[in-house]
Design a binder for this molecule. Sequence first.
Ligand code: PMP
Ligand code: GLN
Length: 383
Amino acid sequence: LVGRMREFGETIFAEMSALATRTGAINLGQGFPDISGPSDMLDIAVEAIRTGANQYPPGPGIGELREAVAAQKLDRYGLAYDPATEVFVTVGATEGIAASVLALAEPGDEVIVFEPYYDSYAAVIALAGAVRRPVTLRPVEGRFTFDPDELRAAVTPRTRLVLVNSPHNPCGTVFTRDELETIAAVCREHDLVAVTDEVYEYLTFDDAVHVPLAALDGMRERTVSVSSVGKSFSVTGWKTGWVTAPAPFVRAVQSVKQFLTFAVSAPYQRAAAYALRDEIPWVEELRKSLQGKRDRLVAGLEAAGFDVYRPQGTYFVQADIRPLGFTDGMELARALPDKAGVVAIPTQVFYDHADAGARFVRFAFCKKDEVIDAAVERLAGLR
Ligand code: PMP
Ligand code: GLN
């Protein structure tokens, strides 16, 4: 394995899901729902296979999906993208982010990331030969946010990109317009490009509203936005996503993407186009149901003795383990199947400043109520 990849090892999701399988523990680690998305959408994927959508689709994605993405951006956010030149389809958000970083960061360029960050960011920054510059999200009044001065101080003459994930995995923060405005101001002032990971765009709770960074003044022209069907439509295994950006960025990112995978599975693209057009009411129901699950898990974790940060979005909860007498999340996560029959994710692996994250583990609540209840009951025995 090349030197620049050696620090990464196996992803924590693979390690912890294998641990769940091996021990039979309840898996609240890796974030995947235990239901499948809207049944008409599933039928369309099956039908697409039956009716011959089985050969290479166009590299940028089928027109139907690119048009559906453009329509969604316009209807939901008032953002106009040309489906022919400003939208393209990727193998999940993961490939969209990877291709964006590989296309836009030269070796030695610096990429600002908010830590804890989704694990693939660090790996693709390394693959690009670029350097990550973490800005730490810290709890302030029960919600994780960044210090604007730390963000500004992270910019150097080598900074090229800022990677922004909101709603944020694993913190559950939905950046406010003010927070986004701070990021936007830094991007404008230093001529940086933003790559946004918006895979949880529909999964926001209470009065939190997802605002795409591209919607802020002067940002559409410098933002590459990434999203996918996995979270919104409960099909994380479909790995179908998209990138929207001004045409020159799309050409750059597409020129990398074409040699990573060339194209994206054809049957899922038809189903994704349908879902984006016609299944938004289904997503709204999912969102409501997840809000209830959030409250259920948060209450259970609090009763079990964790200090819990109530997320405004996503389907994850960061929990501080110190009130239970633990200090190292990795150690606890590895022991948790034995101690309590539950699997969680130690979020310290998503930090460069591991000490900032050592005290947190992440629990997923995209699970049936009875699964959440059973997990919480087991965790109550930790005290
Ligand atoms: N970004 C974040 C923040 C995620 O949590 C995930 C997890 N699924 C992804 C990207 C990957 O999305 P996809 O499966 O569409 O590649
Ligand atoms: N996005 C999911 C999570 O954060 C899982 C991603 C993965 O398995 N790579 O749990």
